[in-house]
Design a protein around this ligand. Sequence first.
Ligand code: 5SP
Length: 221
Amino acid sequence: MPTYRIAPSILSADFARLGEEVRNVVAAGADIIHFDVMDNHYVPNLTIGPLVCEAIRPHVQVPIDVHLMVKPVDRIIPDFAKAGANIITFHPEASEHIDRSLQLIRDNGCKAGLVFNPATPLHYLDHVMDKLDIVLIMSVNPGFGGQSFIPQALKKIADVRRRIDESGRDIMLEVDGGIKIENIAEAARAGADTFVAGSAIFGKPDYKAVIDGMRRELAAA
Ligand SMILES: O=C(CO)[C@@H](O)[C@H](O)COP(=O)(O)O
């Protein structure tokens, strides 16, 4: 069985109790904290920045996975690295110089990745596989939690899995958007190994029950 990771998105957490929320979700079995950064420019929503990343860092030992939904991307990368991010991903169409942005993330000591919206073509992967530690496939259009999974994402996940396997490199394949107990196994069978879930976890009273349910589905996938 591949190593599967569950990455709760704090976009759906109670921001008034964020420290407690991230401690609780890690105690419930989360492997990664997924941190959604929106700028009201690249996406039509505005969320959190490096100060909040720095504030939650002492509350958890697991990696913090920063998904930049911002344009431009480079200026904010060192700030997130200093704030304790471990993984930083960005959208290729939001960077003028994709190779440079990936290198900047690594130079700042973080794992680097590209994010693909439902309609973003995968050709952006063609010349940067050696600079990638993670690929994130969006299974919703970015900007909001609580949207429905777009099934066409499954083919894209399978395409990326094939590219990763051909590269022979150890690259995480993450899926984000509408992931729930009911569909996580499908995403795993398509080739994903890391699963972002916001409303499916933070929307429920018992985080452990949801994460355990997801793990049961993954074990049977
Ligand atoms: O990046 C995003 C949305 O842009 C996601 O991380 C969402 O936060 C996932 O939320 P759910 O679809 O799981 O509720």
